[in-house]
Write a protein that binds this ligand. Structure first.
Ligand code: ADP
Ligand code: MG
Length: 731
């Protein structure tokens, strides 16, 4: 009998909330306590050093070694006062999460005496060699140089975790190729700044810089720790590979925005308390659609820092969940049949003069600029829709996209009825109608009025993977466990390259004598026509949309390994080169890593599934079957044959049913193992990933089908794995 499952269920059910570490100060007093932010800089750095560092952050200027030494000295003093004994270069390799190797501050004063002092030089701050040959690198490191190095990113402030000073860094090979997410992200942010600034100057010559902003929304599940531990699939793969749907799940829609359960509320409070100390401006928390699913979101901010904060908080969420006897599940689809988790990336651009480029303006000039950025976004997303999909695609996210309650694996943009009307009007009017320049009154836009607050903002389409939401675009297809940077590198690069193209076209037209307004207008008009296929306001969940998208020529590929090909098409390679973000060599190397990751994830899942099928499911089903057989025997011993036949009829049916399922599981598991063996022999990473997708992965569903049927038949007391109703409803 499965006493273990009953025991953990009972304990999980009885568990009391762990009181949060209630702060006795107000939030603003401890906010940013662990971060070497401008306030700390002002205290620990000289005025001139501080000024130079701020310029480096704001204007991207490089810092001299001398300045770095001053910063290192100030940082060390602060860190030691905070009790830190170690430091680390904190970076984001192409795996999930971050990497760090701690070094202590101590150095010998002089060897003979054996005395030590704390040291942290500018050299150690700025750059470190990293023997990181075991990080994914897609072959870059093997072919050239075995070493790589991490280099300080002054635009993301250092922070302290426990006893360690963490310095955000990029991770690159000795030959200069990026081996991480941060290096290309910084380049992409820079590229979009340059390109957007040039375009903004068509409207306002005072603009010197355009910032890229990100506001992420992080969805997640919480599961009681003991229940999670009793599910090897959750523990090892982050998702359930089997489990029959709970009779009740999210049908009643009673979880979304409902009262936050007490154990969870304490968890959230603790998490926020910690996050505030790291200067992460968490703003909202609420229940999500699925049972035991929740969301948190900060106030949006500068993109590079916002990405770091998201990566950091994923680690923090896990750490604090353990204190509350929870496990946090960041996987995109931990449970079949209920909603998966995404990470909506709210993306916008804004000038140093304080204008949001996706915010409808007050004057016709501002509105023309607004429409310019809107239309260029449509054009960029249309042209690179396959790439944007590739940028968010992983083995995990593939389960979420295309499942019936999530956007399909097709990128489209929701604009809402008001903006659609504006774009239609622009498309169909002549420049004389659309833009009237009056010497006395200035410019007038003849196009439909653009209200400052767009009504569609409140009534927006939740099925769209990329939606305009009033003053920003919301890239919703991003997966909950992803590093936001992957999507944002692609998006900002595509936008940068598009804006460059736009500016060049407008310039050419102006050189041939067109007015600026007319040059902009005619270019936009052409773009609106060309990018029309990407606009879709209908139901993204519907089957009709899949057909329609195909007709429109949008990328409809669903195989993850093939989706990655979008990174290597001539258009993509050219786009990344134009934007100065990644070279063809880097793109190839990164794709090798993507294919390898895909294969490994499916391989691990296949192993776990095989193990569970063979040593959890089949033994339990066989035991139950044998119990039934026993019963049949006894009935036959006690009753006369005719009566016995009647009484044992149901048992006999079940015995056969169980036998069929067991046989199917065994046959499919054996076949899956065979398919793996064949796939494992393939040397080429792309081909291997395709083999895993096409020949191994399909067994997951067939095996699961039979396991889930058995779950319904086998005696509840014997079943060893916590069931969906327990995983999803105990909190
Ligand atoms: P919803 O769930 O309705 O989308 P939330 O309040 O949960 O809304 O999240 C919205 C996110 O969008 C927040 O992180 C918010 O800071 C961010 N955001 C708001 N305006 C902008 C903007 N102009 N640029 C980028 N992000 C923004
Ligand atoms: Mg949102």
């Amino acid at each position: 009998m499965s006493t273990l499952r009953f025991k953990v269920v009972e304990e999980a059910f009885k568990r009391k909330p762990v009181p949060a570490n209630a702060p006795n100060e107000i939030t603003s007093d401890y906010y940013g306590k662990y971060v070497f932010n401008r306030e700390k800089m002002a205290k620990y750095l000289s005025k001139s050093t501080m000024k130079t560092v701020c310029e480096a952050i704001d204007e991207g200027k490089t810092l001299s070694r001398e300045i770095a030494s001053h910063v290192a000295a100030g940082m060390k003093m602060w860190a030691m006062e905070m009790g830190a004994t170690h430091y680390t270069h904190w970076f984001q390799p192409l795996t999930d999460g971050t990497a760090e190797k701690h070094d202590s501050f101590i150095e010998y004063v002089d060897k003979p005496s054996g005395a030590v002092i704390e040291e942290f030089s500018g050299k150690l701050l700025v750059q470190q060699e990293s023997d990181a040959s075991s990080f994914p690198n897609g072959g870059i490191r093997n072919t050239f140089e075995a070493r790589g190095y991490t280099a300080w990113d002054p635009s993301s402030p250092a922070f302290i975790v426990d006893d360690t000073l963490c310095i955000p860094t990029v991770f690159i090979s000795y030959t200069g190729e990026a081996l991480d997410y941060k290096a290309p992200l910084l380049k992409a942010i820079n590229a979009v700044d340059k390109a957007a600034t040039d375009v903004c100057r068509l409207f306002d010559p005072r603009v010197k810089k355009v910032y890229a902003y990100l506001g992420w929304e992080q969805e997640y599940f919480l599961v009681d720790e003991d229940l999670c531990v009793a599910r090897p699939d959750l523990l090892l793969t982050g998702r359930t590979l089997m489990g029959h749907e709970s009779a009740k799940n999210q049908q009643l829609e009673d979880h979304y925005f409902g009262a936050i359960p007490p154990r969870v509320a304490e968890y959230m409070r603790d998490l926020e308390f910690e996050a505030y100390k790291y200067g992460i401006p968490l703003k909202t928390r609420h229940n999500e659609v699925a049972p035991n699913q929740f969301e948190l979101a900060p106030i949006y901010g500068e993109m590079n820092l916002a990405v770091d904060q998201n990566i950091f908080i994923m680690m923090l969420m896990d750490k604090i969940a353990r204190k509350h006897n929870f496990r946090v599940l960041l996987h995109e689809k931990p449970f079949a049949g209920v909603n998966g988790s995404g990470k909506h990336n709210n993306w916008s651009l804004g000038t140093d003069t304080g204008v949001g480029l996706f915010t409808p303006g007050k004057t016709p000039e501002e509105n023309l600029q607004f429409v310019t950025f809107l239309v260029n976004t449509l054009k960029a997303v249309h042209k690179h829709n396959a790439l944007l999909k590739a940028s968010i695609m992983t083995a995990q996210n593939a389960h979420r996209l295309g499942a019936n309650e999530a956007p399909p694996a097709i990128i489209s943009v929701f604009m809402g009825s008001q903006l659609t009307a504006v774009l239609d009007k622009l498309e169909n009017s002549s420049s004389e109608e659309a833009i009237v320049v009056d010497d006395k009154k200035g410019m007038k836009l003849g196009i439909a009025h653009i209200p400052e607050v767009l009504v569609d903002n409140t009534d927006r389409n939740r099925t769209s993977p990329f939606a305009f939401t009033g003053n920003r675009f919301e890239f919703r297809a991003v997966g909950s466990s992803a590093n936001c940077a992957s999507a944002l590198i692609a998006l900002n690069s595509a936008m940068a390259s598009q804006l460059k193209e736009f500016k060049a076209e407008v310039d050419t037209k102006m050189q041939s004598g067109m007015t600026k307004e007319k040059a902009i207008f005619t270019t936009l008009k052409q773009y609106i026509k060309e990018s029309k296929a990407i606009r879709f306001d209908g139901n993204g969940y519907s089957e009709e949309w899949k057909e329609e998208a195909k007709r429109r020529g949008l990328d409809c590929e669903t195989s993850v390994p093939l989706i990655y090909d979008a990174y290597l098409t001539p258009e993509t390679v050219k786009m990344f080169a134009d934007a100065g973000v990644m070279t063809e060599k880097e793109l190839h190397a990164r794709n090798e890593v993507k294919w390898e990751m895909y294969t490994k994830k499916i391989q691990i899942e296949a192993r776990v599934l095989g193990d569970l099928a063979m040593n959890h499911i089949i033994p339990v089903a066989t035991r139950y079957q044998s119990m039934l057989l026993d019963n049949v025997y006894k009935i036959k011993a006690v009753y006369p044959p005719e009566k016995a036949e009647k009484l044992s009829h149901m048992d006999s049916d079940l015995i056969e049913e169980i036998a069929e399922h067991i046989n199917a599981i065994k046959t499919d598991t054996d076949a899956m193992v065979e398919a793996r063996k064949i796939a494992n022999k393939i040397g080429d990473e792309r081909e291997k990933a395709i083999a895993y997708h096409d020949t191994v992965f399909p067994y997951f569903d067939t095996i699961r089908y039979h396991v889930d049927k058995l779950e319904l038949i086998v005696d509840n007391e014997m079943w060893t794995l916590p069931k969906y109703r327990e995983l999803l409803f105990i909190r």
